[in-house]
Design a protein. Structure first.
Length: 289
């Protein structure tokens, strides 16, 4: 695996993450991480100035990821709900532009946890609403030199975009060069027939990578085919960051949406440290499994 900036999601640290929680940035750097991925659950709790100051002091880069609850659904049948989702994304984009994040990432096409049995026609309407909304958001982001990284989720967390192929199709429909993919090994392990082949098919569409194990636990502790993942990322020339994402089981709204009913590691500290060591070891051909 070629060297990549390695990051940690703030979902591992505190939720909802706020300016006060930037005290964790020194801890993130002490472990060895290069990037802290700030997950914007409540935009009112975060200021660009505080994030920049804390990240600069710790020597960290910032990545921005969205959190998409029921009130941030850009494919909702109600246009006022779609507008609310777009406004939230615009706030995330403004934050990303201010703190130097190259993108806003996440499953921004729908509300996480929304799974419905719909007809083919109903599902197409949902996709069309997502395309219309995200095209507007992409243009807003382009003016601020920010990209959108759209994340496919597994079938238990969304009914709209589950595979990399579906996500590429959504990008094609949006038709903007600053729209690509966030790929996540947890979701790919559930939905893709072959993770490596799916990544290679996505190619330059891959803007961002998140990693965790098949149980959403520590990378390297389960059965995700990591050699295939890293080989595919090398083959497509991916040079972006690789961010460990898991969730504190105490985060009630997110834990419910992603069906997180038990701890996935001995502690979040163990997950962060062991996950970092595993990813760094891959750069030198080391195996920590």
């Amino acid at each position: 695996m070629r060297p990549h900036p390695i990051g940690l999601s703030t979902f591992v640290l505190a939720s909802p993450f706020s300016d006060a929680d930037t005290r964790y940035f020194e801890y993130v750097k002490e472990i060895g991480f290069d990037v802290v991925e700030v997950c914007v659950e409540d935009p009112d709790l975060l200021s660009a100035e505080t994030l920049i100051e804390a990240a600069s002091a710790a020597g960290l880069q910032i990545s921005v990821c969205g959190a998409f609850g029921a009130n941030r659904d850009v494919s909702h049948e109600d246009p006022t709900k779609r507008a609310e989702g777009r406004r939230y994304l615009e706030r995330c984009i403004d934050l990303a532009a201010s703190v130097g994040s190259p993108h806003v990432a996440g499953p921004m096409y729908s509300a996480t946890g929304k799974t419905r049995l719909l007809s083919k026609e109903q599902r197409e309407f949902q996709r069309l609403w997502a395309v219309e909304s995200l095209r507007q958001v992409a243009d807003y982001a382009a003016e601020r030199h920010v990209r959108l990284a759209i994340e496919p989720l597994n079938r238990f967390e969304t009914d709209l975009v589950n595979t990399i192929e579906q996500a590429v199709d959504l990008c094609d429909r949006i038709g903007r060069n600053n729209v690509g993919l966030l790929v996540d090994t947890f979701h790919m392990n559930i939905e893709e027939k072959n993770i490596g082949e799916a990544l290679i098919a996505a190619g330059p569409r891959v803007f961002h990578v998140q990693v965790s194990e098949n149980d959403r636990g520590t990378p390297g502790s389960g059965h995700v085919p990591w050699d295939d993942v890293f080989d595919a990322l090398d083959r497509i020339g991916y040079t972006g960051s690789i961010v460990i994402e898991s969730f504190l089981p105490t985060v009630a709204e997110i834990a419910r949406a992603v069906s997180l009913w038990r701890p996935v590691a001995a502690s979040m500290d163990a997950l962060a440290r062991q996950g970092y060591a595993f990813l760094r070891a891959q750069e030198t051909g080391g195996i920590l499994r």
